[in-house]
Design a protein around this ligand. Structure first.
Ligand code: OVV
Length: 394
């Protein structure tokens, strides 16, 4: 059986401005399709995306999880020792990171992170109208995460610039990629310096990575690169995760009422929000052998783009997938990925979202859109530049 070919470029402005509008065509064309403009295989159905993510032996990460094949072209930056690594190296680095970003570590930061959420919500309530992207989605993670990782206070805006460039670099070298790269030159240097042991605060997660490195047979340079992973993956993802969650509640006011009636649902809100509109839209894998997908063959050494966001709205898997529904069983969503590379920071993301909601629930009766949401185009992230909202005090 042959693989259907589509003339779809998932990184052009039309696609990136409204990815969900294009996902059904990708899913309906077949379990695996060939995207002519980027010369790459693609999967957009939940069953195939989830299976590929779960089969890291066949679908490897070491040749990059963007369009660029690291065995043919130089990576944009030295590869991540987690994201862009396969076992056995990946298991060692992940083992270390699991000890740093642990349940215990999360329990320790919870009181401080909760206090920060309440302070921020106090300010927002006074304003009533604010930008839920800059003044909440960005502001909250920036209030808690950089301090916890232990990076220097000066110049932290570089974290946002850097993360945008990292996620753009998984796509082709289009205008969005080049723009991100140009803007990031200074940020790359700032981040490299922030990852050094001398730059990191004692007792921080970053320092803890350095402290544990010897036990995991990792050099200081490798420890620095693991700190870089926290800074690469921990900012723009949660920024947009919170932003999109606010958009979800503004778009489905009955779900805000439902949450207020049952505040315990706050712990599930981010997962359903990610299922509904996934911050990380795509990641690539490279096949390590010829693989049969439902009768079609993908050759060895092929790049395959996995549409996490399309899988999360696949009607073959989800009932009323367009509906944001806090009571839905979200287990199996691939917004945090699946398998050995599943998001290391998912507990961080869930905690941030939960604490923001916990602070808002008792005090906010309604969240209303106060203007059109504005998208920020990124080759990987479904990102918002602006989300004007008005909150009505309870
Ligand atoms: C999941 C993710 C995104 C971007 C960068 C990294 C990880 C990293 O490990 O550097």
């Amino acid at each position: 059986m042959s693989v259907p070919a589509l003339a779809v470029d998932p990184f052009d402005e039309d696609f990136l401005s409204d990815p969900a509008a294009h996902h059904a065509a990708l899913r309906d064309a077949g379990p695996v399709v060939w995207l002519e403009p980027i010369e790459c295989y693609a999967m957009a159905r939940h069953a195939e995306v989830s299976k590929a993510l779960g089969d890291h032996g066949t679908y490897c990460s070491g040749r990059g999880v963007g369009l660029a094949d690291f065995s043919r072209e130089a990576p944009w930056r030295p590869p991540s020792l987690l994201l862009e690594a396969d076992p056995p190296l990946h298991d060692r680095t992940r083992g270390l990171m699991n000890k740093v970003v642990s349940l215990k570590a999360l329990q320790e930061v919870r009181p401080l992170w909760s206090a920060r959420a309440h302070e921020l919500v106090d300010c927002l309530l006074e304003k009533r109208r604010f930008d839920a992207v800059t003044e909440l989605g960005e502001a909250y993670p920036m209030l808690v995460f950089p301090d916890t990782v232990g990076v220097p206070s000066e110049g932290r805006d570089c974290l946002l610039t850097y993360a945008a460039a990292v996620f753009n670099a998984f796509g082709p070298r289009n205008a969005i990629f080049e723009q991100g790269e140009a803007a990031a030159a200074h940020a790359v240097g700032w981040v490299a310096n922030a990852c050094r042991r001398e730059s990191l605060a004692d007792g921080s997660w970053g320092a803890s990575i350095h402290d544990k490195a010897v036990d995991y047979d990792l050099s200081e340079a490798e420890a620095e690169r693991l700190v870089r992973s926290l800074l690469s993956a921990g900012v723009d993802t949660t920024v947009n995760g919170i932003g999109i969650m606010m958009l979800a509640f503004a778009s489905f006011p009955e779900q805000w009422a439902r949450l207020r009636a049952e505040p315990k649902l706050a712990r599930r809100a981010l997962d359903e929000s990610l299922r509904w509109d996934s911050t990380v839209q795509t990641f690539f894998r490279t096949t390590t052998r010829a693989v049969d997908v439902d009768g079609a063959t993908i050759p060895e050494g092929s790049k395959v783009v996995l549409f996490l966001a399309a899988a999360n709205r696949d009607p073959r898997r989800w009932e009323s997938p367009e509906q944001f529904d806090l009571t839905r069983a979200t287990s199996g969503h691939v917004g945090f990925g699946h398998g050995i590379h599943q998001c290391l920071g998912q507990m961080v993301a869930r905690l941030e979202a939960e604490l923001v909601l916990e602070a808002l629930i008792p005090r906010v009766a309604e969240i209303r859109l106060a203007g059109e949401p504005v998208r920020r185009l990124n080759n990987t992230l479904h990102a918002l530049a602006s989300l004007p909202v008005e909150i009505l005090p309870a």
